[in-house]
Design a protein around this ligand. Structure first.
Ligand code: DX5
Ligand code: ZN
Length: 231
């Protein structure tokens, strides 16, 4: 699990609903708008009913932005299969879904040994208890706030109980949320304790993405500051 520094706010736009024919330009636009990292959604048509892209695209993107943190959201069956290829392509974080994984400890170790941070994703129907036995093995927990597969869905506020539980029990953990997150619900997300904020259409569909990113950041930073004063 994460070290002993309190988690800080990071905003990671998802470019799923951007113009993927200009992927590098869309990613650069996010970086220039203030993104801390990029959340890249890999879908295989099996784990989720949609298809996107894989490591060959990531490998082409990497040299165009050498210093940007790539969080690979692996919505795939057999997530163990793509660890080496993603590491080789330049991924920084490999976020797999527990629902797709047979041997969680082995996969966590494999990801770590290949030099990436370990992210564990939970679909809305998966209880947070599923991952507790392995809490020493991952760096980030991704709480899905929509059913994975598509951008532009409605945020599920009832997932905030998972975020609250994790933040209370693991103060140093990076907690990431993904799905329908934007200016309308960032305050509940921030107050629940999430610090890595994925947001797709709310950012890529905005006329001024930098304004949305600043607003999300402001809310999360305020909540972190408030919680530190209360400690
Ligand atoms: C959905 C993806 C998300 C999605 C986020 O399965 O994992 O990353 O693209 O997009 P919005 O914010 O529009 O839900
Ligand atoms: Zn995602």
């Amino acid at each position: 699990m994460s070290g002993h520094t309190l988690p800080c706010c990071k905003i990671g736009p998802s470019i799923l609903c951007a113009d993927l024919s200009c992927l590098a330009d869309e990613c650069r636009k996010m970086i220039h708008s203030g993104a801390d990292y990029l959340h890249l959604d890999v879908m295989d048509g099996h784990f989720v009913p949609n298809l996107t892209f894989g490591h060959p695209i990531v490998k082409c993107l990497r040299p165009k932005m050498p210093d940007i943190y790539f969080d690979m959201h692996m919505m795939v069956q057999n997530p163990e299969k793509w660890v080496e290829s993603m590491a080789d392509a330049g991924a920084n974080q490999y976020t797999f879904h527990v629902e797709a994984c047979e041997d969680i400890p082995a996969l966590c170790r494999k990801i770590q040994e290949s030099g990436m941070r370990v992210g564990v994703g939970l679909k809305p129907g998966t209880p947070v208890e599923t991952i507790l036995p392995y809490s020493d093995l991952f760096d980030v927990v991704l709480i899905m706030t929509v059913e994975p597969g598509f951008g532009g869905q409605s945020f599920m506020e009832d997932m905030m109980s998972k975020v609250q539980y994790l933040r209370t029990n693991f103060p140093y953990l990076d907690i990431e949320v993904d799905g329908g997150v934007g200016p309308n619900n960032i305050d509940v997300v921030a107050e629940a304790g999430a610090n890595m904020i994925v947001s797709g259409t709310a950012i890529t569909g905005a006329s001024d993405p930098s304004q949305v990113i600043a607003l999300l950041r402001n809310s999360v930073e305020n909540a972190i500051q408030k919680s530190q004063l209360e400690r």
